[in-house]
Ligand binder design. Sequence first.
Ligand SMILES: [Zn+2]
Ligand SMILES: [Zn+2]
Length: 434
Amino acid sequence: MKSAWCLATVCMFASATAVAEITGAELDAATASLETRVIEWRRDFHRHPELANREVRTASKVAEHLRSLGLDVRTGMAHTGVVAVIEGKLPGPTVLLRADMDALPVTEQTDVPFKSAATAEFRGRTVGVMHACGHDAHTAILMGAAEVLVQMRDRLPGKVLLVFQPAEEGVPEGERGGAPMMLDEGLLDIAKPEAAFALHVGSSLPTGVVALRPGPLMAGSDFFRIVVTGRQTHGSRPWSGIDPIVAASSIVVAAQTIVSRDLDLTAAPAVVTIGAINGGIRHNIIPGQVEMLGTIRTFSDADRSQVIERLGTIATSVAAAHGATAVLEMMPAPNPVLVNDPELTKSATASLEHALGAEAVRTSSLLTVAEDYAIIARAVPSVYWWVGVTPSSQDPAAAPDNHSDRFYVDEAGIQVGLRSLLHVAVDYLQAPAR
Ligand SMILES: [Zn+2]
Ligand SMILES: [Zn+2]
């Protein structure tokens, strides 16, 4: 039995080595021949953006394309997610490639000819909708990658799990979605990946440049609500009530000492932001209650626990000092820290340098933005990198940021993104057995 297996293995490797490896030059040529179509797809998505969990049209375009490539397509994962597996003809590992598809409640102010005029309902209001984070580019890039990989399937080792994910930017209130929901629905059972790769276009890098780092790359994010309760009274007679506005103000100030006084800032940065304070209705009424909303960004589980614990203590103790009470409520579904697997990052960096030139690959600083892909990166060794999309004629430091109503994607950067993804994935699949 054993010898038969060995013989089969020898045969398998013999036939594998008889097939020429897919070269970087071939990937680049295939990418170049797809350029016009990838840009057309991206412009179409840009013109028709859809908010989180509502990516119905986008998902159907993606599914239609994947079906046209002869793939078996699964739709409707986590509401609108689309998944397919490309089976290479040679034995090898499985990689997961992920793109996000959702847009933002932003009214576009650019003057591109394919500018979005879309609107949608968001929190009870009609808002403009824009691909202000570049997920239109990510979706088009992964569609292009799928086409190239299918073309090369005869010489491709292993499998590629294509993941078009909804709702990266967060779900409408009361709904679930995004990467955690796709995992819950069995994403990693469709094909068990040994590695996962994803990218994001960004305004803070020039076109042609990519940036990544081993270990933590993007922060874990938590959202919280603090409700401070006092006792309502007349604004002219504060002594007859308990003022939750003064108590809340003290909590805001004291909360800033968590980062500046409690954390070891030489190890990693952290952020505590109160982004909203809601309380009161009139100049001469001290309200009974104040609600505060905020976010925490950390780069380790230990820091996260410490910040949450300190914030709770500060909220309740400071409120008590004012005679009020406070309750800290952590919102569900936080994003964990996005961690790049160190070994995999080393090999992906070599692929990126080979594809784009060593000078094009930069070490990213720690980023306090967050990504729900982090939850996939917790389950599968992963590498995530940023792709510059600010034209060389502009200063990236001054370019409108992701989420801005003037966010602009230099389409030459889309080609760089596609090449980077293909090189990293194919190099991984063709690497000698681990
Ligand atoms: Zn975003
Ligand atoms: Zn994004």
